[in-house]
Structure formats: C-alpha cells, structure tokens
Design a protein around this ligand. Structure first.
Ligand code: SAM
Length: 245
C-alpha cells in the first residue's frame, strides 16, 4: 500500500499516524536525531527561548502531541523547575517513554501525562497559560478543530506556540531537503524501524501541510491575535506564535 499518495479519510489518517508512533516510540528520540541531524534540538531550544517561561511558580502549560516529553522537559528546566505542565498525546506508547524519561530527569513532580486527542481536549476552558505543540499539528486530521480547542483551553493573555516542518524558502537547500526527505528518510526508517512505508507517509504529510502564511491564516481563524512566524534553517521548520487576547 502506498498510502501517502491517495486520498484517505481522517480516521485512516489518524490510525496510520498511530501505527508509526507505536512502532517507533522506543527509538523515537534516536530517530529524531538521525533524521534531523540533531537540528530538532536547536529548533526546540529556540522555541523555548521564545516562550521564555517565568522563573516563578504558577505558570501552567499544555504540551500537545508531546510524545516523549522533549518540549515539556525544556519548559520546566527553563522555568528553573517552577512551571507545571501536562503532556498530552494520543499515543500511550509515546507517553510511556515520556513518563520514564521524566522520572529519570527528576521532573515527574512537575508534569502529568494525559492520553487524549488534540481535537478534543479533556480540560476546562481557560486552563493554561501556554499551549505548545511541536511536530504534532500536521499529524492531526482536523487542524482547524485542534486550533479551536487550543484557543478554548488558553486563558486570556495566553500564548500559542507551534513548531512544525514548513516550506523551505531557500534555493538549493530545498533540493537537498527534497532528496533527503523523499529518499533518505524512508530508507533510514527501513533500516532503523524495519519499515520505510510509514515514513513515506510522514514525509508526504509535511508536503501537504500549509505553508507559513496559510497556516498563520488558520490560526487567526481559530480566534487568535498577533499571529507571527519565524523560519528556522531556511524554513525547514517554522515557529508560529499567537495570543489569545
Ligand atoms: N512533540 C514531540 C517532539 O517534538 O519530539 C513529539 C512529536 S511526534 C513527531 C508527533 C506526536 O503527535 C506523536 O507522539 C503522535 O502520537 C502525536 N499525535 C498524532 N496525532 C495526534 C492527535 N490527534 N492528538 C494528539 N497527539 C497526536
């Protein structure tokens, strides 16, 4: 099955995504380093610098599609271990790895882990100071719905930060990137996880994801204000920032 190249329903899309992350959960962190050449660490650090969580107690964040916890750990550390947060993911295998890592790092007291769908958040309105999502939104079948949920659970004055693969806006780099993502990544997937097909699907999902400006328009449509974005590494990734005011 070459499922990246035909039209699939939302339900099918979600179950393909779930398959990928169940299979890869234990090797996810290594795969990330291999496939991005370590760049994901730089982008994530830049995202946390932009969030700049306060170094005092009381700051509460929600990290959606939080997987193995990378973003949440960074936020807690950047706050001087004062912030508390919820790591939410649809995939119990990814969360399991995240929970173990949190314990090893001594951050378990600051975090809780919730298995749920970004399209349907199990939290009251105005529960969080910040909503973060890194390399997750493009996996969500109904992105508009997820953004409306983000808006709902943020308090007034709250911040949305979304890090995602985006459109490469640098000549030459786009060619190298295409070669790597269409050939290199599925082959690495095959070699490390034993199956290249799910990675072909993920690469395709990057291609289908709206470009910077169009994604900004979607965020605005969900109710957010002051929507901005910053490109990282020529637009391989972009950080979108917005406020609920
Ligand atoms: N944020 C982490 C990071 O940057 O390392 C993990 C990103 S990983 C590429 C994408 C995550 O999105 C996976 O853990 C997957 O289970 C999760 N995911 C996919 N669809 C989701 C949904 N509808 N709701 C919540 N999480 C979802």
């Amino acid at each position: 099955t070459s499922y990246g190249f035909r039209t699939v329903s939302d339900g099918e899309k979600q179950s393909m995504v779930n398959d990928v992350f169940h299979k890869v959960a234990k090797r996810y962190d290594i795969m990330n380093d291999v496939m991005s050449g370590g760049l994901h660490r730089v982008w994530k650090d830049a995202m946390i610098a932009s969030l700049n969580p306060p170094k005092r107690p009381g700051f509460r964040f929600l990290d959606v599609a939080g997987g193995t916890g990378d973003i949440a750990f960074r936020i807690v550390e950047a706050s001087g271990r004062q912030a508390t947060g919820t790591v939410l993911d649809i995939n119990g295998s990814m969360l399991g790895v995240g929970r173990e890592r949190a314990e090893k790092k001594g951050l378990a007291a600051n975090l809780d882990f919730v298995e749920a769908n970004a399209e349907d958040l199990p939290f009251a309105d105005a529960s969080f100071d910040a909503y973060t999502i890194a390399f997750g939104i493009r996996n969500v079948p109904d992105i508009d719905k997820a953004l409306r949920e983000a808006f709902r659970v943020l308090r007034r004055g709250g911040r949305l930060l979304c890090l995602e693969f985006s459109e490469v806006e640098m000549p030459l780099l786009d060619k190298v990137y295409d070669a790597w993502s269409f050939h290199g990544i599925p082959r690495m997937g095959e070699a490390i996880a034993g199956d290249g097909e799910p990675y072909r699907y993920l690469v395709e999902s990057i291609r289908k994801f709206p470009r910077q400006q169009d994604f900004a328009a979607m965020i605005t449509r969900a109710g957010f204000s002051r929507v901005r974005w910053t490109n990282y590494t020529g637009g391989i990734a972009a950080l979108h920032s917005a406020w609920k005011i």
